[in-house]
Design a protein around this ligand. Structure first.
Ligand SMILES: Nc1ncnc2c1ncn2[C@@H]1O[C@H](COP(=O)(O)OP(=O)(O)OP(=O)(O)O)[C@@H](O)[C@H]1O
Length: 271
């Protein structure tokens, strides 16, 4: 069992020894070399993520959040450490088993919303009839029923991100990686999308890793939270967030919520 020590001297488990983890990271480290210089982008990342969990990863700019997501997506290799995805069932193929959502929805303007959602299924050459049906179901799940034939420019930013979430789920991936998906939205839409996000997570049953700069967002969404710090990059904390599910807006004013927020501020040296 690996332990993280928080600033208050409390010890918290970063790993879940009893259950077979879906994602198992041990001392993951990534160094970039440019112009003869070495730059530590990710270090000391040790965590277990159980199947069906939603884990938030929070930290300042440059602390390695995107690099960590790229490692999980199989787009980048870790220099050191252990990365294992798939759990006991095994058989994890990043190209097939990962869905991604980025800060920008990146919808293709010449495709309808339905066709945009179908794009990964088309790339993977999945049967079109089934993927069209699934795309309709997913659009319904993300609250975009009736917009199947719309073009991206006809949708608001929040609606476009809902379509991007549906697109990330179309090929039924085992793991969904989200990189600041609501970072470009206005504050009110972002709060609304947080509630939607949790509803979609419950409905889809997916394992989600959600990267954010937002401390409140990290606490509200995560069943666990990883705190990364920069200069030097390291994972400072990884802890469960034991707020009841489903989460509600009024929890944001509770003492327990405030304690988690405070813990993250402390880890980031902002208290
Ligand atoms: N391909 C690369 N070559 C060299 N350095 C890189 C490369 N990719 C990332 N870095 C550096 O590694 C560090 C971590 O980058 P990363 O994008 O993972 O941070 P981040 O926490 O996602 O930042 P932000 O929140 O601003 O997106 C940064 O200092 C970045 O400049």
């Amino acid at each position: 069992m690996t332990a993280q020590i928080d600033t208050a001297g409390n010890t918290t488990d970063a790993t879940t020894s009893n259950e077979e983890a879906f994602i198992r990271l041990r001392n993951v480290r990534k160094v970039f070399r440019t112009g003869g210089q070495e730059f530590l982008a990710v270090s000391d990342v040790t965590m277990d993520i159980a199947e069906g969990e939603i884990v938030s990863v929070v930290g300042p700019s440059g602390c390695g959040k995107t690099t960590l997501l790229r490692i999980l997506a199989g787009l980048s290799d870790a220099q050191d450490g252990e990365v294992s995805i798939g759990g006991a069932a095994g058989g994890f193929t990043p190209g097939r088993d990962v869905g991604m959502v980025f800060q920008q929805a990146l919808l293709l303007k010449w495709r309808t919303i339905l066709e945009n959602v179908m794009l990964p299924a088309d790339i993977l050459k999945l049967p079109r009839k089934q993927s069209r049906e699934r795309a309709r179901e997913l659009l319904d799940m993300v609250g975009l029923s009736g917009f199947e034939n719309s073009r991206p420019y006809e949708l608001s930013g929040g609606m476009q991100q809902r379509a991007a979430i549906a697109r990330a789920l179309i090929h039924d991936p085992k793991l969904v990686l989200m990189d600041e998906p609501f970072g470009a939205l206005d504050a009110l839409t972002r709060e609304k999308m947080n509630l939607e996000m949790l509803r979609i997570w419950e409905a889809s049953g997916k394992t989600i890793v959600f990267v954010t700069h937002g401390i409140q967002e990290a606490v509200f969404l995560g069943s666990r939270c990883a705190v990364l710090t920069a200069g030097p990059a390291r994972m400072a904390d990884y802890f469960p967030i034991d707020l009841p599910q489903p989460r509600t807006m009024d929890m944001k004013t509770s003492d327990a919520f405030g304690q988690y927020v405070k813990r993250i501020y402390q880890q980031l040296g902002m208290d």
